[in-house]
Each structure stands twice: as C-alpha cells, then as structure tokens.
Design a protein around this ligand. Structure first.
Ligand SMILES: [Zn+2]
Length: 339
C-alpha cells in the first residue's frame, strides 16, 4: 500500500528561491567569463599577466580563488616571472603573493596551495616575525572592534600619512584613554615563526622581504626607509639561508629612489600595489600588483582583474587613487618622487 501523500508547504527558502539563486549564479558566471574575455582582448598582443597581492585567506577561500583563477591564467613561480614578463605564454600568467607573514598563511593558505600545486611568494615583515609585536593596522582594528566605532585621530587615511612612531603613539593613547586590553591572538593577527618560514621555503614557496616594521616608507626619513628596506632583505637572506629575491613595499607607497635602492640591495624584483596587469614594459623595480581579498567571489575577482587590464580604472590601495596611470610608470630612470 502506497503511503498517503502529505501536502508539502513551500517555505521561503524552498524550491523557487533555489532556482533564483541558481539562475543568479549562472548569470554571475557568464558575467565573469565575459569580463575576462574583454580583459584578454584589451591585452591582445602583449605578454604578461597579473601579480595578485593578498594578506590572509582561509583554506576554503584559497581553493575557491585558485579554481577561479585557473580558468584564465597559468600559475607561475617567482623564478619564472622575469621571463614570463617578456615572453608571451599560451595564456597569461598569475603570480600569487601574500603580504605580512601571518601565522594563518602557514597553517591555512600554504597547505591548501601545496595541495593544489600552486606556487606563491610570501612577503614577510621581518621584525614582526622576530619579536611578535602586532602590526599597527591590526592594533587599530582591535581598538575599533572593542569600542564599536573609530575614535578621533585613528581614521585610516590620516594614519597612513604619519610616521610609524606617531601612529603607535596615537594607538597607545587610545588604548590608555579607553583602558582597552586588546585581543590580538588570532592566527590572522599573529606572525608565523621563522621556523614556519624556513619550512615553507623548503617546500618550494618564495619567502621575500616586506620591511622590518611595516612603516609607510614614504612617511619616514629617506635614511630610515633605506635602512628598513636593506635590513629586511638581509633578514630574509640570513634567516632563510638563500638570497632574498624580492621586496614588496608595505602599504604600496614608494618612490623610484626607494624602489631602485631595493634593487641595489640584491633583490631581482620590487613590487608596488599599482593595480594593473604586468608586462615587460615595467622595470623590474616597480612591478604592479592587483589586490584581492579572501572573501572576493569569482565574479568580483573577474571584475577586478578585467578593470585592472585597462591599467587605469582601479584605485591604488596605497591611498593615491588613480594617480598612478598619469605617472611615468614604465620609466626606467625616473628619479622623481611619487606621493
Ligand atoms: Zn603589508
């Protein structure tokens, strides 16, 4: 005997909305593919690809983004970069880079990249790995989280115009004024250890330099900025045991003099945050990178990368907006200062 049919009442999350979500995902996927097709057309006839910069990404986020990027790019190792900038491949390249050297890179991101067979560069803030003092922007985030608002004087655009000493002084005052005890124990806040960094290097990842204290180098004296660059490159070389191959500017702010100084300290490439595709027109001491976040969906990744293919639509996360495309960014002997 067949069981009696029980009428099913449709709730707000049942079949009809699922169809809508599926349809939206199809549309999103088509828009992503279409925008990347436009990007490929904009870049037709040029070698190169994208250098992506990120900070933290969970294993799940890493897998999703790698699967999205794989549709359009060949992942490369840093050792292949200079060659791929000059010689066109069948498809454009993608070099993944992650800045700062957080512990979650060693525990979440790198193991997933390894499973997927994807190389990456990890730019480490060397003093942060050595002494474990939290980075200034993580202290600021923790203060805002504790208070539920941004206290006066800690607006991000203001802080990025200050020297590191003044920034920490403002953060100290905010903590003292509000009697805050900050929770800075997350793996997205704490640094990886030098042992972690050496283990990642042994497994084929590139460990590279990102300053000693994560100063915005253009807000420091040039002497201090030179010292931060040289010391962080020497730290990576001595701690990892192989010559440091690359330097990335903390927060992206640079001058051509600082960038050329990094090259003189022995690295082969120097990275900015100018959000454009990279090719052989750029000198190796001012290579652009496009910033992605772990939470970015496939559609958002595609839209960002296709906007970056124009070389002028995205704002530079260093706080200078779209000024980068009006500067002589392909100049190889430019001695002028950028903001
Ligand atoms: Zn950084």
């Amino acid at each position: 005997m067949r069981p009696a049919r029980v009428p099913v009442r449709r709730g707000p999350h049942d079949a009809a909305p699922r169809v809508t979500i599926a349809a939206l995902m199809t549309v999103g996927s088509a828009v992503a593919a279409g925008s990347m097709a436009v990007a490929r057309r904009l870049r037709a006839g040029r070698a190169g690809g994208v250098i992506v910069t990120q900070h933290v990404a969970s294993a799940l986020q890493t897998r999703a983004q790698v699967n999205a990027l794989r549709r359009w790019f060949d992942f490369i190792h840093h050792d292949e970069l200079l060659d791929r900038l000059e010689r066109p491949g069948r498809r454009p390249f993608c070099l993944l880079t992650f800045d700062d050297g957080k512990r979650s890179i060693a525990t979440q991101t790198a193991p997933e990249l390894e499973r997927l067979g994807v190389p990456a560069v990890f730019y480490v803030t060397t003093g942060f790995l050595t002494d474990g003092s939290p980075l200034w922007f993580d202290r600021r985030e923790a203060i805002i989280k504790s208070l539920g608002h941004v206290p006066p004087g800690l607006e991000i655009d203001d802080l990025k115009r200050l020297s590191l000493e003044v920034i920490h002084d403002r953060l100290d005052r905010a903590c003292a004024g509000h009697r805050l005890v900050l929770d800075l124990t997350s793996d997205d806040v704490l640094p990886m250890s030098w042992d972690d960094a050496r283990a990642l290097a042994r497994r084929g990842f590139t460990i590279a330099a990102h300053g000693v204290h994560h100063c915005v180098l253009t807000r420091e004296t040039e002497t201090r900025a030179f010292c931060e660059i040289r010391q962080s490159i020497e730290d990576v070389t001595s701690r990892i045991g192989v010559p440091c191959a690359s330097f990335a500017f903390p927060n992206g702010n640079y001058t051509p003099r600082l960038a050329r100084h990094a090259l003189e300290c022995g690295v082969r490439t120097v990275m900015t945050t100018e959000p454009a595709w990279a090719d052989g027109r750029y000198p190796c001491w001012r290579l652009p990178r496009v910033e992605l976040f772990g939470r970015d969906t496939t559609l958002k990744v595609a839209l960002k990368l296709s906007a970056a293919a124009t070389g002028r639509l995205l704002a530079n996360p260093d706080g200078t907006g779209r000024r980068y495309w009006r500067t002589d960014r392909f100049g190889r002997h430019d001695a002028t200062s950028l903001p």
